[in-house]
Structures are given as structure tokens and as C-alpha cells.
Design a protein around this ligand. Structure first.
Ligand code: GZL
Length: 319
């Protein structure tokens, strides 16, 4: 009898321990900053996903500086967290600190941006296909303008970030076979509304008032919203004089579409953390190795997609 009781006790304790350990995961999250509405939504959703799973999330905002992210990651390693999430502001310069995490056997998951580093330094990367996003945006413009001449100005994302590199590549692939569409000016607006407006003002000035600018391609909606402001202040009509195509599908771009001031956006989900936490828990439980890339969907929205309905569905999601 005693033996049986002892066996039951051991089994029960083991089960309790495994349940408790799953519930008491501590995860460090090095977030880039809050440069855009989409980034703010990603932060909101990541905190919600952690809460849902009883994960203790240690959050660090890097104010868009890589050195702050590296410092935060070193802090998480020193704390002995169970895992680290990183949204890497730029694509290079991560090998040393990721090697330190690997030495401590702390798994790292990349959110929404890729890096140039050996893929054994991270468990997986949860991102969209950013080249595809740029291609979807470019394909829309090709269809929109037909064989009319179209001078495009491009607002690039943060210099050296994977979305800026890849979205430029995809857009250029889409327009490559259409000599009537040319990129006349291209400059970083650092994914922010303020810089997007400033750079668009300089484009309009450099182009003699902007009358022959046909379209703006912005690597995110926040820079597009800034450009829309600049175009209006120059006395031109965004959405008609100058077409606006961008990426993220944040609520404000749908408001602009409903006002006839924007034309198309490619959706990026702010929920990269849900899939990340799912594979992390499986990995920590029994070392199940996830694929090195978990790709999220990209969907084109245009003014034909009832923009105010989409706005209403997104406006309370933390953007
Ligand atoms: C893309 C993501 C980008 C968003 C921007 O995956 O990293 O960063 O498109 C954000 O809004 O600044």
C-alpha cells in the first residue's frame, strides 16, 4: 500500500511541477520602440498573448536604437530568463549577443524582422514575406496606371532594416517590366509620420511643386499618412493627383481611403507573438524544433474594400 501511495505522490508532484513551470515562464522582449501605429499594436498584442498564457513578460523599449536592444538582451541573459523575443531594428550586428544567449542555452525568437546571422543563433523568426509585400504594392500600381507614364517617389523604412531592404526589392521587381513606371526619388522616412511628411515635402520641392508626381510608395502606412499631409499642404489631392500605396493596414490608412486620400495598403498582422509563444512552449517542453521561419499572411486592401468597416474592426486593437 505504502509503495502505491508513494508512486501516486511522485506522479502528482511531477505533474504539478510541469504545470507550474509552463505557467511561470519568464520571457524578455526587446522591442524596437513605438515609431509607428503598427509597432504600438504589436506591443499591445504581445502583452495580451503573454497574459493569456500566464507568461511573465519583461518588456524593454529601445527607442529605435540597436545598442539599447543589445543592452536589454544582455540584461535578460543576466536575469536568467527562459527565452528572449527580439524585434531587430536593423539586420546586422547581432551575432555576438546572440552567441552569449546561446551559451546560456536561452532560446531567442525574432519578431517581424529578419537578421543576417547564422540561423542556429535563433529558434525561429516570425515575420511576413517582406519582398512579397513590396511586390503586391508594386503590382497594384502597375494595374492602376496601365501604360500611362508614372513618376513614383518612395519613402523607405529604417535604413538597414530587413523590411526596408526587402520591400524596396519587391516593389522594384513588380515594376521592372514596365518602363512607364519609374522611381524618381527614394529616401528613408524611418517608418515615422513626422519623417514621412518631412521627406515628402522635400520631394515636392525638388520636383517643382509635385504636379508631375504620380504616386507615393511608402514602406509603411505611418509615412504614407505623413506624406498625405504634405501633399495637401502643397495644394494637391492625395489619392487622386498623387496615388498612395503603402504597407501595414493600420486603422488611419482606412480612414484616409474612406476620405479618398489613400488608395491601397498591404496588411501586416501585429500578432507575431502568438505563433512565437506556441512554438516556444513546445520547444521548452520537449525540445520540438520549429521551422526557422514562420511566415505571416499579407493581404491587399483597396478603397473598394469598405474602408470604414475595416477601420471599425481595427480601431480598438491597440494601434
Ligand atoms: C515590418 C515591421 C515594420 C512595420 C512598420 O515587419 O518591422 O516596422 O511595417 C514598423 O510600421 O516600424
Amino acid at each position: 500500500m505504502k509503495k502505491a501511495l508513494a508512486a501516486v505522490t511522485v506522479a502528482f508532484t511531477a505533474c504539478l511541477a510541469s504545470t507550474v513551470s509552463a505557467q511561470s515562464l519568464t520571457v524578455g522582449f526587446s522591442q524596437i520602440g513605438s515609431e509607428s501605429g503598427w509597432r504600438a499594436a504589436e506591443t499591445t498584442v504581445t502583452k495580451q498573448e503573454a497574459e493569456k498564457r500566464g507568461i511573465d513578460l519583461k518588456f524593454a523599449d529601445a527607442q529605435q536604437k540597436q545598442e539599447n536592444q543589445i543592452k536589454a538582451i544582455r540584461g535578460f541573459i543576466a536575469q536568467g530568463v527562459d527565452a528572449i523575443l527580439v524585434a531587430p531594428v536593423v539586420a546586422t550586428g547581432w551575432e555576438a549577443v546572440l552567441k552569449e544567449a546561446k551559451e546560456e542555452e536561452i532560446p531567442v525568437i525574432l519578431l517581424d524582422r529578419q537578421i543576417e546571422a547564422p540561423d542556429d543563433l535563433y529558434l525561429t523568426a516570425v515575420t511576413s514575406d517582406q519582398v512579397h509585400e513590396g511586390k503586391v504594392a508594386g503590382d497594384w500600381l502597375v494595374k492602376e496606371v496601365g501604360d500611362k507614364d508614372c513618376k513614383v517617389v518612395e519613402l523607405q523604412g529604417t535604413t538597414g532594416s530587413s523590411p526596408a531592404i526587402n520591400r524596396k526589392k519587391g516593389f522594384e521587381e513588380a515594376i521592372a517590366g514596365h518602363s512607364n513606371i519609374t522611381i524618381a526619388r527614394s529616401q528613408t522616412g524611418d517608418f515615422t509620420r513626422t519623417k514621412g511628411k518631412e521627406v515628402m515635402e522635400s520631394f515636392i520641392k525638388a520636383e517643382g511643386g509635385g504636379q508631375d508626381i504620380c504616386a507615393v510608395y511608402a514602406h509603411n502606412d505611418d509615412m504614407a499618412v505623413g506624406a498625405i499631409q504634405a501633399i495637401k499642404e502643397a495644394g494637391l489631392k492625395p489619392g487622386s493627383d498623387i496615388k498612395i500605396v503603402s504597407i501595414d493596414a493600420v486603422p488611419d490608412i482606412f480612414k484616409a481611403m474612406a476620405d479618398g486620400e489613400a488608395n491601397a495598403t498591404v496588411e501586416l498582422t501585429p500578432n507575431m507573438a502568438g505563433p512565437a509563444f506556441d512554438v516556444l512552449e513546445a520547444y521548452l517542453k520537449d525540445k520540438t524544433e520549429p521551422p526557422k521561419w514562420i511566415q505571416t499572411e499579407s493581404k491587399l486592401y483597396t478603397a473598394a474594400d469598405d474602408p470604414m468597416k475595416v477601420y471599425e474592426s481595427k480601431k480598438d486593437l491597440g494601434y
